[in-house]
Design a protein around this ligand. Structure first.
Ligand code: SF4
Ligand code: SF4
Length: 446
């Protein structure tokens, strides 16, 4: 049985695209502002180095990676090599594409059966652009190739106002070429703080029109729209991440969430996880269909399994989701991991609060007092770093330092995102145990 330990949503540094969808949510919208993204950025590190940083041993098990560009993912010239490197390690790799780069689909079809069974392709169905560019045939041929080769896939249309006048055409062409209707996602204004719906239609009409596709994906997105997550403890930063492939910056979630670690540097260093906790900054979960249904980042939120949102059963009895992915998408990542204790949650929340200049609360202060009391009996403690977390700990616990010669030296690095690099430097001069502030609780039992 495949058990996914963590989920990584990877940003592929490619801006160019052969399409110009009016609702583009991933970067092509910049064209509207006069810019014209045409480039990709080569990875800073070699693919081999990146793969070595992402081994199942370092990550705690087999993981799921989603690869998505700010333009067409397959137009990044290193992305296939990277995907294959992950597959060879036993990971599961999903790739978001507009389905027109046939050479990339062909390359995936040529992989061994075992590797292909770990590939999931999200074929975004950009009907208007496909029609305009006379690429509909190529698109459906690529979907068919992927399906026949044993890869898992889904076909997803954006429920945009611009697509409404083509709904009957879209349904006909789906039934003719796929045997089923595609799934739907809703366009949204990613740049607005409320990430609102991107439709000029009255909401009721919008929902009624698109309900004819009977897409569980669309339905779940609607069900969670506007549901603010601040009241919950989110495990983004432990079970799910946003990873910038260009730099190795591993974040808890998107946009203004905090950096966990630069994981392509100091690759021997374990990853020091830090959950987002009660600090979700979005009006609603940015990708609830993934983070709830696949990851279960908030375990108490009940949701359908991801397989229900992605699969379709075809008239010939085959399915878009094949056996290996049925296991992966038929469970949540939270079911493969242990939850934090109440103390661990208070601590993680407090650290994020300090970092973001928010009141960290009395519970956190009491907890840290207690831990520092115990730790200062065993270690001669000093703090290393700068910024608000360092200021807080220095101010409160400097006087607690015991300079007894018999005690082992302990350096607590407060700049957690840069811990691996700081530790490597400190080790050149310091003879001390060096830990990240995020691991302070682990010292309690010593
Ligand atoms: S294919 Fe994707 S990246 Fe390209 S313009 Fe359309 S939505 Fe944007
Ligand atoms: S957007 Fe979703 S995954 Fe991200 S922090 Fe908020 S609840 Fe967690």
């Amino acid at each position: 049985m495949y058990r996914i330990k963590r989920f990584f949503d990877c940003q592929v540094p490619v801006n160019k695209c052969n399409f110009e969808c009016d609702y583009c949510t991933v970067g092509q919208w910049r064209k509207v502002n006069g810019e014209s993204p045409t480039q990709y950025t080569p990875f800073k590190y070699s693919v081999e180095h990146m793969a070595n940083a992402l081994t199942p041993e370092r990550l705690g098990g087999i993981c799921a990676f989603n690869l998505c560009g700010n333009g067409e993912t397959f137009l990044h010239p290193q992305i296939l090599e990277f995907a294959v490197a992950l597959l060879k390690q036993g990971h599961f790799v999903s790739i978001v594409t507009n389905g027109t780069v046939s050479s990339a689909i062909d390359s995936l079809c040529e992989l061994s059966e075992d590797l292909r069974s770990h590939v999931f392709i999200k074929f975004s169905f950009h009907y208007i652009e496909l029609k305009k560019k006379n690429l509909l045939r190529r698109y459906f041929e690529n979907v068919e190739k992927a399906h026949k080769s044993g890869m898992s896939l889904t076909v997803e249309l954006v429920a945009s106002d611009s697509n409404v006048e083509y709904i009957e055409e879209i349904k006909d062409i789906c039934l003719k070429n796929l045997g089923v209707l595609c799934h739907l996602t809703d366009p949204r204004l990613n740049t607005a703080s409320d990430i609102r719906h991107l439709t000029d239609m009255p909401m009721e009409e919008h929902l009624k029109i698109w309900s004819q596709f009977e897409s569980a994906l669309f339905d779940y997105r609607q069900a969670t729209w506007g549901d603010n997550r601040e009241k919950y403890f989110c495990y983004g930063g432990v079970w799910s991440f946003n990873l910038a492939l260009g730099s190795g910056k591993l974040k808890q979630c998107y946009r203004n969430s905090d950096t966990v670690q630069f994981i392509f540097e100091n690759t021997d260093e374990p990853i020091h996880y830090l959950p987002r906790g009660h600090h979700c900054s979005f009006a609603h979960c940015f990708n609830s269909h993934v983070f709830d249904c696949l990851c279960g980042v908030i375990p108490e939120i009940k949701s359908p399994y991801y397989i229900e949102l992605r699969n379709r059963k075809l008239p010939d009895g085959t399915e878009w989701i094949k056996d290996a992915y049925k296991e992966v998408y038929g469970r949540r990542v939270c079911e493969n991991n242990d939850e934090y204790s109440a103390q661990e949650k208070i601590f993680a929340d407090g650290i994020i609060s300090l970092f973001n200049e928010i009141d960290s609360g009395n519970d956190f202060e009491r907890l840290v007092d207690d831990v520092m009391d115990k730790v200062s009996k065993v270690y001669d403690i000093s703090f290393y770093g700068e910024g608000l977390i360092n200021d807080w700990f220095e101010r409160k616990y400097n006087e607690k330092k015991i300079n007894g010669k018999e005690l082992e030296k302990l350096v607590i690095v407060t700049n957690y995102a840069d811990f691996a690099q700081i530790k490597a430097k400190l080790q050149e001069t310091e003879k001390a145990k060096i830990i990240s502030i995020v691991d302070l609780m682990t010292l309690q039992g010593e």
